[in-house]
Design a protein around this ligand. Structure first.
Ligand SMILES: *[C@@H]1O[C@H](CO)[C@@H](O)[C@H](O)[C@H]1NC(C)=O
Ligand SMILES: *[C@@H]1O[C@H](CO)[C@@H](O)[C@H](O)[C@H]1NC(C)=O
Ligand SMILES: *[C@@H]1O[C@H](CO)[C@@H](O)[C@H](O)[C@H]1NC(C)=O
Ligand SMILES: *[C@@H]1O[C@H](CO)[C@@H](O)[C@H](O)[C@H]1NC(C)=O
Length: 400
């Protein structure tokens, strides 16, 4: 299935909202518990860094910070409802897309995939304003226009090296971490009978037939050793093209197969889309390309199988087929669900993400003035996207 960025952004509020309501009932929500758990990389981005009381105190005397989203989000517009997803901050910032407020706002968001809609008139810019480069997309999907050096003050993206982290999905916590943060331990139990499969091999819905990661080459090679069933636009078999009508989740089809494809089209740092997030609790094992791309998601090791866990397609196929033959071994991949792992949604219990994080940062009077010299160069370098070299090597069995 193709990553549908428009749907993701448009539904972002809904997704986070649903998570939030779900957890509201299930967990004790603390905004700033000060208990910072260790995290492999850039932990500051994941947690609240500005104390709520400090913002409250200043808010008594000041009006809300204003944020303008200058261009469209794939044709649609953000409204202030997104602030409702920011516990403790919902009335501290106002966000809209009313361009006549350009001169009045504290931050101007430029949505990078729509940057070719044009930049705000330069003469309107004030030095106190933050111009923010925002995207959840990879560099290949961002139009290149001419941008002056040092144009942007902040970056806001899925990259953990961004000034403002803006990620899809959530964050996995171990039971110990969840307890420390006051979360109720997640319960993702699935009955054993759901794990008994009527079909064999990997199922995937694919609508990008030629990816930069060469995912399709790796799958083709794998299919010479085991069953691989592709549905959607790039189906190998004509009758499979219509198996999952547009807009439907098709959970039950995925559930019939022991494994399903959750691999991204592009392998770039921190780039994990709905391919994983919307299906990670299916009763089937997600198959991803490179394990390292998921390192910042903190996922339970046995909750996915990565192509690069194996030296070659043959080795991978042999392992997957051995799991199909041995139910005990297959079921072991679902044991983590009873092991106290908890999916923490963003913007609850100490986490702040996206618009909420931007709002928090605007309230932080200690933020120094800053600019990013060359935004495209920065984004390209930090994304560390891979081309098809890895897959090419792997299908020859020469990679590890
Ligand atoms: C946009 O902002 C201007 C200036 O604050 C205001 O007069 C106008 O009513 C706003 N437009 C909309 C559609 O809210
Ligand atoms: C592929 O699937 C078919 C039908 O389910 C099954 O009979 C066959 O054994 C599978 N082949 C492999 C290599 O697992
Ligand atoms: C099936 O898998 C289990 C768990 O990995 C293992 O202990 C057992 O020996 C396997 N059975 C066979 C027949 O290979
Ligand atoms: C934002 O960037 C502009 C342009 O480089 C710069 O003049 C301004 O000082 C920066 N503002 C802040 C608050 O960092």
């Amino acid at each position: 299935m193709r990553f549908r960025p428009a749907a993701v952004y448009r539904n972002l509020g809904l997704v986070i909202g649903v998570f939030f309501i779900f957890y509201l009932g299930k967990s004790i929500i603390g905004y700033d518990d000060g208990k910072h758990i260790s995290h492999p990389k850039n932990p500051k981005h994941l947690y609240i860094t500005v104390d709520k009381n400090r913002i409250d105190h200043r808010f008594d005397k000041l009006s809300p910070k204003r944020i303008l989203v200058w261009n469209s989000i794939f044709g649609s517009h953000v409204d202030n409802k997104v602030m409702l997803e920011c516990p403790g901050l919902s009335d501290r910032c106002i966000i809209d897309s009313n361009r006549s407020r350009l001169g009045l706002v504290d931050a101007v968001i430029i949505h990078a995939p729509n940057i070719d809609e044009g930049l705000p008139p330069a003469e309107m810019r004030k030095p106190s304003q933050r111009y923010v480069f925002m995207t959840m997309e990879v560099p290949d999907n961002i139009p290149k226009i001419s941008i002056p050096k040092h144009y942007f003050n902040w970056s806001m993206s899925h990259l953990h090296s961004s000034d403002v982290l803006f990620k899809y999905g959530g964050f996995w916590l171990t039971s110990k971490e969840a307890e420390l943060r006051g979360f109720k331990i997640g319960d993702y139990f699935i009955p054993e009978k759901t794990l008994r499969k009527s079909k064999s091999g990997i199922f995937g819905l694919v609508s990008n037939c030629a990816t930069s990661s060469k995912r399709e080459w790796a799958l083709k090679k794998l299919s010479t050793y085991m069953n691989v069933t592709i549905g959607g636009k790039c189906a190998w078999d004509e009758k499979m093209k219509e198996i999952c009508p547009k807009g439907q989740k098709c959970d039950s089809i995925f559930a019939e197969y022991p494994f399903f494809l959750a691999a991204e089209n592009t392998v770039c740092e921190d780039y994990v889309t709905e391919k994983y997030w919307e299906r990670n609790l299916f009763p089937s094992i997600p198959i991803v390309l490179r394990r390292s791309a998921y390192s910042n998601v903190n996922l339970p090791r046995q909750s996915v199988i990565a192509f690069d866990d194996f030296g070659s397609p043959k080795e991978m196929a042999e392992h997957l087929m051995s799991l199909e033959r041995n139910f005990t071994a297959y079921a072991e991949y679902f044991k983590w669900r009873n092991g106290g792992w908890t999916l923490a949604p963003w913007n609850t219990a100490g986490f702040r993400n996206g618009y909420c994080k931007l709002c928090e940062k605007l309230w932080d009077e200690e933020q120094p003035e800053s600019t990013i010299e060359d935004i495209y160069a920065w984004f390209q370098a930090e994304s560390r996207c891979e081309n098809g070299d890895w897959a090419t090597e792997w299908i020859q069995g020469g990679s590890s």
